[in-house]
Design a protein around this ligand. Structure first.
Ligand SMILES: Cc1cc2nc3c(=O)[nH]c(=O)nc-3n(C[C@H](O)[C@H](O)[C@H](O)COP(=O)(O)OP(=O)(O)OC[C@H]3O[C@@H](n4cnc5c(N)ncnc54)[C@H](O)[C@@H]3O)c2cc1C
Length: 396
């Protein structure tokens, strides 16, 4: 299915596919059942140099491009979506934001942590501010030569296992004047006031904790500010720019899961006989297979195209949003169809299909919902910032 890959990328893809089909696939069901973060797989990724692939060489990374990371995530996710997500968050998202906007000291620290196996957490969403992230109420007050953070974030991936946290808050100067949204770095267990208060009982992707994190008078120096409220493109815009890589990563996990499920259905359709012949001789299933493969090819083209658009910077916002909407929705359909091929067996926890169906469901939600990303696509096409508040765009 894959086209336009360099010989090195084809080699990388083959190597990760082998790893995925071997030790990674073996652990996937247990990770889901025990809900334990797979530190052994993190070690495996580290050994295979699949962490920090996009970190520039001068900071110890591989200096690879987004497509290298995408190929890795896609192959891993076909076997184990949790391991695929770890590869997203050690190659994209928070780490990429730090590498793009951080100081030398911040870049070095973040790169060292990721290369040692830490999956950074990105803290944006709050109980009352989800899609409308601008509505966040977590605040960072400048007090003398410090910032003091207070507020609550929820659904933070890796809360409790991640050490490095990139936390977004509304920044106020000493007079209490709002300066914009900024991003701060903090290390769990080394920063007083950063508390993991709850683990969410999730439907799928159970090997990575989703947590509520409270910031109670969390005190950090100005050197913790990685995305200043009035930075390169102004705080929140910088974040959204970096987030385009995370969206491509999330779309890739969904793609990988669906490809894994499709392959299982394809193989089973040859093995399983009913009415005296393989079930793949029934046209109803042939057409299903055909449409599944069409969706996967289209999704893969969108994802690779979005990844390629990020050469030398971050993936294009429109292409990343298009890729995430189409891939996340198609992947849910493909996995659901694949499960159907197995009849009752598909509904059993002894096969991976039910886990895949639970895992893949997340991707129209996390990292920007499919509805909100449709707004992003429409806004980019119309070259308008579309008003979402009742009275147009509100002031934050
Ligand atoms: C597994 C998982 C991991 C996550 N990881 C992280 C993380 O690491 N860090 C982090 O900060 N957040 C994380 N999130 C949170 C995620 O980004 C939010 O769930 C998402 O942005 C949606 O916010 P919400 O859940 O509050 O839904 P809401 O914003 O309350 O939306 C509810 C519904 O309304 C729709 N809606 C809202 N606004 C509009 C609109 N303008 N137009 C049309 N429809 C609209 C939505 O699409 C949705 O269907 C994670 C979520 C999940 C499920």
């Amino acid at each position: 299915m894959t086209t336009g890959l360099s010989p090195e990328q084809l080699k990388l893809q083959a190597r990760v596919r082998e790893l995925a089909a071997g030790p990674v696939a073996k652990r996937a069901a247990e990770i889901d059942r025990t809900e334990q973060y797979p530190w052994d797989n993190v070690e495996l990724l580290k050994k295979e140099k699949l962490l920090g692939m996009t970190i520039p060489k001068q900071y110890g990374g591989l200096g690879g491009n987004w497509l290298d990371a995408v190929l890795t995530i896609e192959a891993l996710s076909a076997a184990c979506s949790v391991t695929g997500r770890i590869a997203v968050e050690t190659n994209m998202g928070a780490i990429s934001a730090v590498m793009a906007y951080g100081s030398e000291e911040q870049k070095k620290m973040a790169a060292d942590m990721v290369l040692a196996g830490d999956k950074p957490a990105i803290c944006i969403t709050e109980p009352e501010a989800g899609s409308d992230a601008n509505g966040m109420t977590t605040r960072a007050d400048k007090k003398g030569n410090r910032y003091v953070l207070n507020g609550r974030k929820h659904w933070i991936t890796g809360g409790g296992v991640s050490r490095l946290h990139l936390i977004f808050a509304k920044v106020y100067d000493e007079k209490g004047t709002f300066e914009g949204i900024g991003g701060f770095l903090a290390i769990r267990d080394e920063t007083k006031g950063l508390k993991i208060t709850k683990r969410e009982p999730t439907m799928g992707l159970r090997g990575i904790p989703e947590a509520v994190i409270d910031f109670e008078d969390m005190d950090v120096p100005p050197s913790a500010l990685v995305i200043p409220p009035r930075g390169l493109k102004k705080g929140f815009a910088d974040l959204m720019n970096a987030y385009n890589s995370q969206r491509v990563g999330a779309a890739t996990v969904a793609l990988g899961i669906a490809e894994g499920a499709y392959q299982l259905a394809l193989d089973w359709s040859e093995k399983r006989h009913q009415f005296g012949r393989p079930i793949n001789e029934f046209q109803g299933l042939q057409w299903k297979l055909a449409y599944m493969s069409i969706k996967l090819s289209a999704a893969q083209a969108l994802v690779y195209n979005a990844a390629r658009s990020g050469e030398g910077g971050f993936p294009d916002m429109l292409l990343a949003a298009q890729a995430k909407v189409f891939t996340s929705e198609s992947a849910i359909q493909v996995v659901n169809d694949a499960l159907q091929f197995f009849g009752a067996r598909g509904y059993s926890r002894e096969l991976p299909l039910e886990r895949m169906a639970r895992d893949v469901r997340m991707f129209t939600i996390g990292g920007g919902t499919a509805e909100v990303l449709r707004n992003v696509v429409a806004g980019a096409l119309l070259k308008k910032k579309l008003p979402q508040n009742r009275d147009g765009w509100g002031k934050t």
